[in-house]
Design a protein around this ligand. Sequence first.
Ligand code: MTE
Ligand code: HPA
Ligand code: MOS
Length: 763
Amino acid sequence: MQNIDSITHVRGESIYLDDIPLQQETLFGAAFGSPIAHGKIIHLDISAAEKMAGVVRIFTYKDIPGDNQIGGIVPDEPLLAEDEVHFNGMPVAFVVAETNEIAQAAVKSITIDIEPLPVITDPREAKEKGKLIIPPRTFSLGNIDKAWKKCTHIFEGIAETNGQEHLYIETQGAYTIPQENDCIKVYSSTQGPTAVQRHMAAVLKIPMHRLEVDVTRLGGGFGGKEDQATAWAILCALATYHLKKPVKYCLHRMEDMRMTGKRNPYSSDFKIGLDKNLKIIAYEATFYQNAGAAADLSPAVLERTLFHCTNSYFVPNVKATAYCCKTNLPPNTAFRGFGGPQGMFVIEAAIAKAAEALGIDASEIQKKNLLKDGDEFPYGQKAESEAKNCWEEAEDIYEIKKLRKQVKKFNEENHLHKKGISFMPICFGISFTKTFMNQARALVHIYTDGSISVSTGAVEMGQGVNTKMAQVAATIFSLPLSKIKIHTTNTFRIANTSPSAASATADLNGKAVQMACINLMERLKPVAEKVLKQPCDKMRIEEGLVHIGNKKTELTWGNLIATAYMSRVNLSEHAHYAPPQVHFDPTIEKGHPFAYHVYGTAITVVTVDCLRGIYTFDAVKVVHDFGTTMNPVVDLGQIEGGIVQGMGWMTMEEIIYDKEGRLRSNALSTYKVPDIYSVPEEIKVHFLKTKKDNLAIFRSKAVGEPPLMYGIGAFFAVRNAIKAFHPSADVKFSAPITPEKVLMSLYPKKERSQTIKEAYHIL
Ligand code: MTE
Ligand code: HPA
Ligand code: MOS
């Protein structure tokens, strides 16, 4: 079954925020952001801007009726700067004008006098200076100090991953419309409608029930709209509150890139110890997370880095410590994988380093240490592992021996092109790591004509969750999809939602839909019994007719519903789902935080042009644990998109802030994301079928974030290809491994002229 949105997408009929027809008298907003990264505001001059024709009003923090605060985890983030600025682009004022062009022009004529304060962009420097957002956290297992003594081999090193721009195709934006009695209707491109509603209520000092947040769909979120959609919606609402006029603000791409946070960059130290059989005995890691200027979601991201610091491996002795470091960059935030990828990269680097020193292939160490059923994670949960199944199936169906031979032969025959292979196993925990967030609700109505409407807390952002919700309802009622309509995500219909995040949206909301539909079906059975005068506990619908078991009856679905209505049976149901079992105690850092884990293995093959440093990916071949997939087409799309997004992070997407904290890669001319030419020539996805009972809907497994981590394999494949050209090349564990970095590694400075001579000779 295809994605229910595909036809309107292709026709350009799908409604995004910017497609909502404007009401009369709509005004347009634009934010003025701090031109420098850190300093004391001496004077803000809005006088020239205020005088411009068409400018209606300029708002500052002084206009905020409630709390000037939007921090979700820690209250450390003002909506509008008061006397200090903490990052370049931090909103200071909000211009509202008659047109978008006037608003943008007015922003340019605002001036600000700021006394500069020292700017920190590096997380290690922040940690040195004691600038931590929360106290450090440590996960441990076994006894690390004793364990080192048992190791035959010990290796240490540094691994670094850069940030990543979300680059949702639809930029951040909101549209707020005044309603009677001081209510506001809010259209927001947000993954978290309730987050917008809650913070808006606090900033405006009005109760939440006056704020209706409505989301049709997003043109991508990828975590960037879990928390960071809030500010723009509240700025519009602040203006609507004062002016009683509709206000719209869709950020220009360059505003979005400059003012919003990204994936958290990390710098990390690792130490790994192995015994003589290549078993990992001990692993120690210290993570320095670049949180940016406010907590935002970084403390939760940090936690997930610790949860995933041993990836898909069992390590009996672990000590992992993480620092949430405050710098003067825009507050960094959720991004597909939510800190997990950053943690996994470090242990993969440690394994690569060990393999290199021991003169073996990293896959030998990887395979030996894969998680088995019952193995304990550093946070106490026991694994129900598919790690070996995925790995062995990948070796088998992708004929790894043959593949290795081909690569070896290619490398022997070619001197200026080298191929590299890598294995990337993944293990990703599904559930919000904050246990209370694991809850969802659904509201299902059956109308008197037999058509059904479904509302949930799930936000459609391209991941296909609405298609899955429709499938759940259609399956329980055994009705065709044409009878089911999934409605917008709306805080008046579904309250207190968790953001659509953590890959858990379909799991949580799908279960709530299932419960509501089952309850309705149960309620309809006695109605059918009355009409048919026979027991109806095996009732189902087929081709519009009530069937009892395999026997067709004369009763139509339409008549069943009409009879139920006439008999005053409730045809609406609201259900609440909270998965059992999950819990976590942060005081001891132990518990059972995840409903289950998703496993998989990717084999990546790359060809590096050793004269130019550029590379192309021949193939990424995956065995992925979908459980029992609900929708192979949608899930395949998630895997392909995740792989390419992860590869972009690892290879070409390079965020550059200068020492003053100014974003240099601030447009798509200077920030390169994968295009069709950077997509691997071949992406193969094999569905590992597992029959285990798990907590997800219809025994499927969540699929949104895990595939991003296959992209990590791209880094190590490129690294291996470089090593094939220059075995002693010192390739730093510093992602992204851009063509520039590849070139520098291929020709180390000391030997550069000699190697280049040789290369030219071959040419
Ligand atoms: N796929 C598309 N097309 N667009 C997105 O914004 N977000 C990803 C993933 N896949 C995203 C996506 C992220 S970060 C998450 S957490 C999940 O989808 C959220 O949706 P789910 O919980 O329904 O998987
Ligand atoms: N994942 C994604 N988003 C989140 C999480 C999580 O574990 N916790 C809070 N927001
Ligand atoms: Mo996804 S990073 O949990 O929105």
